[in-house]
Design a protein around this ligand. Structure first.
Ligand code: HEC
Ligand code: HEC
Length: 382
């Protein structure tokens, strides 16, 4: 009796209970927090200078966007990517020095010297292999090394991501660039890569001198240009004088590297330029092939007057020292055979005259693009 009465008293609850069960059965697992709706990122209009090779490859999973490039620029100058918040990519890659640091060898957050000289960042959109030894295949993978390397920024990328996530600045910027305010390591690397792809230089005096009505080179600069492009005895003319520089710093495509852009995927070549083989075995560290001992990627000569000291170990302070090296201090044991050509019949050295050496340096200085180092799009936004 009592039981029935009690059951009856609560009978009205039944439909409500059923409804609740139905509702809760319908419900899926809790959703992760939804990012605020964002408009898709704006495609970045990358205009390639007409004199530079046109067929560049941009990875389909990281197209350039206005928001991505802008974010990448901020990250490039972001000290939170370093262990003690003191350094960024921009500390070593300074715009005023065509993205080098003026040091013999790079120095990271702990004051320890890197084994190599900081490389210039310019027109790397055309370069399929990065670093002095070509050890990195893309900007996306390259950037992790300086961030995590104990002798560079010395902080795990995961820690960097955590620091960025805690700011008010970055989550919305990542949301606009990559549709997610949750910052990931992959998206940090992608944004940096997008910015680096925009570092294009095309406004050197040399380039302008080749345009109709463009700047005229001086007589010395023109003589230096001939020496740069010619080999001794060029074209069967035993009297023709030259430095053979163009053999490796291929100037015909205005990039002054040895990369062959018409080969599928691009083909990077490595040479020994007459420096004695030292403890840094260069390309050999990547391939393990004996013939690659002491070979390095041919660096661009664009903005070379701004990027002293020179070579992978920063051993030469001036362009005059570099030309002296090619002219009279080639290590014949290791050097590429082209460097053994001589302007003196039967000679064993390049044997340019003092005037010719000066002219060669004058030509190298026409490869400076002063607009590139002042371009506001590449400068520190903070
Ligand atoms: C401590 C100084 C230092 C810092 C900080 C630094 N770099 Fe570098 N960078 C170097 C050195 C040294 C090399 C040459 C490395 C090698 O050949 O092993 C280099 C090479 C590069 C290259 C290859 C260039 C080429 O022509 O192949 C790229 C790209 C680059 N750095 C981007 C970055 C980015 C992005 C950051 C920030 C995440 C960064 N760097 C931070 C010193 C630095
Ligand atoms: C056999 C190929 C070859 C030839 C020929 C050659 N170079 Fe080089 N050059 C290289 C390589 C490889 C490097 C980098 C070597 C290293 O760091 O160990 C280099 C580096 C340089 C650098 C320093 C670049 C930097 O960023 O530090 C300059 C300047 C230079 N070469 C100028 C010249 C001039 C001028 C000539 C002609 C007299 C010339 N080169 C001929 C292969 C060559």
């Amino acid at each position: 009796m009592l039981l029935v009465a009690t059951t009856r008293r609560y009978l009205w609850l039944l439909p409500a209970l059923l409804l609740l069960t139905a509702v809760s059965c319908d419900k899926k697992d809790p959703e992760p927090p939804v990012d605020p709706p964002v408009t898709p990122a704006t495609p970045y209009n990358l205009t390639l200078p007409t004199q530079l090779p046109q067929g560049v490859v941009i990875p389909t999973n990281n197209p350039l966007t206005v928001e991505g490039v802008d974010l990448g620029r901020k990250l490039f100058y972001e000290v939170r990517l370093s262990r003690d918040n003191t350094m960024s990519c921009g500390s070593c890659h300074q715009q005023s020095k065509a993205f080098t640091d003026g040091r013999v060898r790079a120095i990271g957050v702990d004051g320890i010297a890197h084994q190599r000289n900081t490389m210039s960042l310019v027109n790397l959109l055309w370069e399929p292999k990065l670093n002095w030894d070509g050890s990195a295949n893309s900007f996306e993978t390259q950037a992790r090394t300086p961030i995590e390397n104990p002798i560079e920024l010395h902080q795990s990328l995961a820690d960097g991501v955590r620091k960025l996530q805690q700011t008010t600045l970055y989550p919305p910027l990542f949301a606009s660039a990559f549709n997610s305010a949750t910052i990931t390591e992959e998206n940090v690397l992608k944004a940096l890569a997008q910015f680096e792809r925009t570092l294009i230089s095309s406004n050197t005096r040399y380039e302008k001198s080749l345009l109709p009505g463009g700047a005229r080179l001086t007589a010395d600069e023109r003589a230096g240009r001939v020496l740069f492009f010619n080999h001794p005895g060029e074209g069967g003319n035993i009297l023709a004088r030259g430095g053979s520089c163009d053999h490796c710093h291929n100037g015909n495509n205005f990039l002054f590297t040895s990369t062959n852009f018409t080969a599928p995927g691009g083909l990077t070549q490595y040479f020994n330029n007459g420096l004695p083989v030292s403890t840094d075995l260069g390309r050999f560290n990547v391939t393990g092939v004996a013939a690659d001992r002491g070979k390095f990627r041919v660096p661009t000569l664009r903005n070379i007057a701004l990027t002293a000291p020179y070579m992978h170990d920063g051993r030469f302070q001036t362009l005059e020292e570099v030309v002296d090296h090619y002219n009279e201090h080639i290590d014949t044991n290791s050097a590429d055979p082209i460097l053994l050509l001589s302007n003196t019949p039967g000679g064993t050295k390049l044997d340019l005259t003092a005037t010719e050496k000066r002219q060669l340096v004058a030509f190298l200085k026409t490869l400076t693009d002063s607009t590139f180092i002042q371009d506001a799009r590449f400068s520190n936004p903070f």
